[in-house]
Design a protein around this ligand. Structure first.
Ligand SMILES: N=CN[C@@H](CCC(=O)O)C(=O)O
Ligand SMILES: [Zn+2]
Length: 412
């Protein structure tokens, strides 16, 4: 099956397939071809070029993309899309003056979602999660990471991971699963965090590994949740099973989680709303991708990740949604890209790089996704007629997407 797009106003993120991530100044460049064509063959990007150089191609279907832009689909490397129910009452509580922390201390927050998850039949968790996945695909997401972490018991965590597995089987987009058993401390372990970590390490993790249910390991390394010592123990144990860390760090306090992540060769360290100069220093010269979650900052009214200090320090940066019921009930990567420009002073080029190729890197997917490169998967967005690519983050809240293609097939 050959699908040809012609007269594309601008084809974005055109790179050699060997580019796996971008750092510092490199992120200011977004290579494009104006007035371009793009050929898709059997689900892959087969060729592209300028319209002036288009020779006769015998395509099964030709689409005239005049006035429209084509770019790779968003690569959302941090989500909690699998959950049950919602927490809109906590949203109202926060409007009325309670903080996220106060809500959590009263047994709300993650424990609230864990209770709902445990009480909801697996089939229903799957149904709700599939609905969210379809929604984010229609918003241009073409690769996604999904965490467990609302089970907090062996049964609950395995249930979540089985739902992720089923999503992988039933949807064409690549999905990476992360085991986040150490997301919050169940009530019955109050005052005994290390006993819960023992359970995660000795009872849950081996079963997750045995059933091959997760590629990555995560922990919420944060004051009031899990310590750096807990983090070191869990990441060391997960390494034995070949599970790379992608960890929640520096959301509310800087307690040394970044350093622990770097020591354990974390694929990514995520959140980073609170960053000390030494945190930025410790990421230099490492393969760890910093990941910012601006819609979480918006929703919780907490600081935005200091993107300028990170990028001007020569580091890479990826952008993701953090889609979850408590701190970010939105999986809209378009809004993430807009907020990165508006609130974090990233240029449109930096934000698009962060949401595509660097997001792919943070899921170990940059060999196949994240750029318009020959041989990569044909996962791309076709916009409506728009004046320029800067219009995408500029017109925040406007849906500029006309169609979304996954493996060369139109899903929206
Ligand atoms: N910070 C930890 N975990 C999620 C929030 C989970 C929740 O509130 O349900 C996050 O990444 O923001
Ligand atoms: Zn998260």
């Amino acid at each position: 099956m050959k699908l040809l797009f012609t007269n594309i106003k601008e084809l974005l993120q055109v790179r050699e397939a060997s580019v796996e991530k971008l750092s510092g100044k490199e992120m200011k460049e977004l290579p494009t071809i104006k007035n371009a064509w793009l050929l898709i063959e059997d689900g892959n990007i087969s060729d592209f070029g300028k319209m002036d150089n288009l020779s006769e191609i015998n395509a099964d279907e030709t689409i005239n993309a005049e006035g429209k832009i084509v770019l790779p689909t968003w690569c959302d490397s941090h989500t909690h899309i699998v959950y049950a129910g919602n927490r809109e009452q906590e949203f109202v509580d926060r409007i009325n003056g309670l903080s996220y922390e106060e809500i959590a201390n009263r047994g709300g927050g993650i424990l609230n979602s864990a209770k709902t998850l445990q009480e909801t039949p697996e089939e229903e968790v799957y149904r709700q999660s599939a609905e969210r996945l379809e929604e984010v695909m229609s918003l241009g997401t073409g690769a996604v990471e999904i965490k467990s972490g609302y089970g907090l018991t062996k049964e609950g965590e395995l249930k979540m991971l089985r739902v992720i597995k089923r999503l992988k089987e039933n949807y064409q987009i690549p999905i990476k699963a992360t085991f986040l058993g150490a997301h919050a401390l169940p009530k019955e372990y109050d005052g005994n965090t290390s006993a819960y970590i023992d359970k995660v390490i000795n009872e849950i993790l081996p079963e997750v590994a045995r059933q091959k249910l997760a590629e990555f390991i995560d922990i919420f390394c944060e004051q009031g949740y899990f310590t750096v010592e807990d983090t070191n123990r869990l990441l060391s144990a997960a390494k034995e099973y070949g599970m790379k860390p992608k960890i929640h760090v520096n959301q509310f306090h800087a307690i040394g989680g970044i350093q622990a992540g770097v020591e354990h060769d974390a694929l990514s360290v995520d959140h980073l709303e609170v960053m000390r100069p030494e945190d930025i220093e410790s990421l230099k010269g490492t393969a760890t991708m910093p990941v910012a979650l601006p819609t979480c900052s918006l929703y919780l009214s907490i600081p935005y990740t200091p993107a300028r200090a990170i990028l001007d320090g020569g580091l890479p940066l990826a952008l993701a949604t953090d889609f979850n019921p408590g701190s970010t009930p939105s999986g809209n990567m378009n809004l993430v890209v807009s907020l990165a420009c508006i609130k974090m002073r990233m240029t449109p080029e930096e934000a698009i790089n962060a949401a595509t190729i660097n997001g792919a890197y943070a899921m170990e997917l940059s060999e196949t996704h994240g750029s318009i490169s020959k041989g990569k998967k044909a996962n791309f967005i076709l916009t409506k007629k728009i004046p320029s690519y800067a219009f995408l983050p500029y017109a925040f809240g406007t849906n500029s997407i006309e169609s979304v293609y996954i493996n060369g097939e139109k899903v929206k």
